[in-house]
Design a protein around this ligand. Structure first.
Ligand SMILES: [Zn+2]
Length: 192
């Protein structure tokens, strides 16, 4: 007999803590993945579970304080098509387009960012096998957002100093362990 839980089986996976801006660990530049071992498989499963639970459409290892070049993405409507990119390299093309993005590490902020509409991505899959594909739309934007994380960049870097400071101050205030925590951190929907 089978029980389904709406797509995602929890098994023995664990939810990981997501670093929140302006945590300085988000500024770490991730190193290439070299070992495709059991620990990596477990990390991928835990990152996927953490992303789905958030809920988000993408998560970079940097965001869970693991500084390896690994990210998980699921831009499918039913959140049932996990994509894993290891040591990804992106080549962007086309005229930059503005998109409104959210970020699991910057709760409650929607930020307009200019991104390439088309991306050619080369990466390794979870077994270390190389693949290459050309993508566009939401997946292309999400890939650029996540690779920024691996390079120690956060999307607020694209904002003016004034707007960035405003977000930073709000998040520091909200992270205080008091009952005054604002409810506004739950606004964002499609976040990564
Ligand atoms: Zn993000």
């Amino acid at each position: 007999m089978h029980f389904t839980t709406g797509g995602h089986h929890l098994n023995s996976m664990a939810l990981l803590d997501i670093l929140v801006y302006p945590d300085p660990r988000l500024r770490t530049r991730a190193e290439p993945v070299e070992h495709f071992d059991d620990a990596l498989q477990r990390l991928i499963d835990d990152m996927a579970e953490t992303m789905y639970a958030a809920p988000g459409i993408g998560l970079a290892a940097t965001q869970v304080n693991v500084h390896q070049r690994l990210l998980v993405i699921d831009v499918s409507e039913n959140q049932d098509a996990l994509q894993v990119y290891i040591n990804p390299v992106l080549i962007g093309s086309g005229e930059l387009i503005e998109s409104d993005e959210g970020c699991l590490s910057v709760p409650g902020a929607i930020v307009p960012v200019y991104r390439y509409p088309n991306i050619k991505v080369s990466a390794l899959d979870r077994d270390g096998q190389p693949f290459e594909k050309e993508v566009s739309g939401l997946l292309a934007i999400c890939l650029q957002h996540e690779v920024d994380h691996l390079d120690g960049k956060v999307f607020v870097d694209y904002l003016s100093q004034l707007k960035r400071d405003r977000i930073r101050k709000r998040l520091i205030r909200e992270q205080r362990p008091t009952d005054l925590r604002s409810a506004s951190s739950k606004e964002a929907s499609a976040v990564s």
